[in-house]
Ligand binder design. Sequence first.
Ligand code: 13P
Length: 341
Amino acid sequence: MKTQGKGYLDMALITLREALDHARRGGFGIGAFNVTDAGQTEAVLAAARETQSPVIVQTIAGASAFLSDEVYWDVLHTIIGHYPDVPVVLHLDHGPTVETCKRAIRAGFSSVMIDGSIDHATKKVNSFDENVAVTKEVVDFAHARGVSVEGELGTIGGSEDGSVHAQIVLADPDQAAEFVERTGVDALAVAIGTSHGAYKFSAPPDSSVLHMDLITEIAGRIPNTHLVMHGSSSLPADLRRVINEHGGALPESWGVPEDEKARSTKLGVTKINQGMDSHMAFAAALRTSLTEDRVTVDPAPAIYAGGRAMQQMIAGRMAVFGQAGQAAGWTPSEFVPAREV
Ligand code: 13P
């Protein structure tokens, strides 16, 4: 392991391609956990250390508790540097533009997602050719620097980075094959009926809502490309209850059942995105702590409680996805960022 130019500790940064190839060989999935603050990042890495899991830490540009991405991204590197025993992919989730992806790559990310399915400025759904063009531009830039790329095909509903896409457009297997052929992406987010955020389904989802069959079909068409399940949170009812008992007002909603996520890894999904469940675990503990301790002004104990609850939730999910134990005895190649600061 090397010391990075800016004085980071030794770190075990790896690419998404390397992590997901390992997952495919072992027949398991790797959780990609969204983080929006330093304590959440520690929670993900501590869960990975505790369970000996390879892990994907992912973040959306402009969506953090920090004033600037650049400061936040530096903090992510520093924290990752304290977990040299954990193989970590640092991934940009839902990069809205080519320029944002390049910014993340220059800042040392080992993987980026370009979400070319929509034009993020106008919210208009991009044509297939427009999606191919922006994705290919990111792939060329990223692969020249050893960085992996995830693209998106179809439109995943719900809210990503605060923007709302009401309509779900399912991924088309023929288009998936052509998309991969023309762009060379390492991983593909396929819309199979899931949606992002805390409000997903108005009843437990069945096969008319969650198109698990599409995973099998698409996986068969693009065997060398990894499939990503977005909007995978389960929205646990017990966490919603705790949040609502402590001042929240979350309406009832159902997410993706845990057993469906585990099943997806047997059908061809290797990357499972989770943001909302982690945030619900954090928020439930934070709200409980703030409500129960009415005299402490320093918010640190409440934030600490949030972090530990999130760590516990994520450690449990790592067992469900099958990544727990998969870092033991595995020596992946290190990704050395071509940092252009
Ligand atoms: P959830 O909103 O279901 O947690 O999904 C997160 C996600 O897919 C991020 O890209």
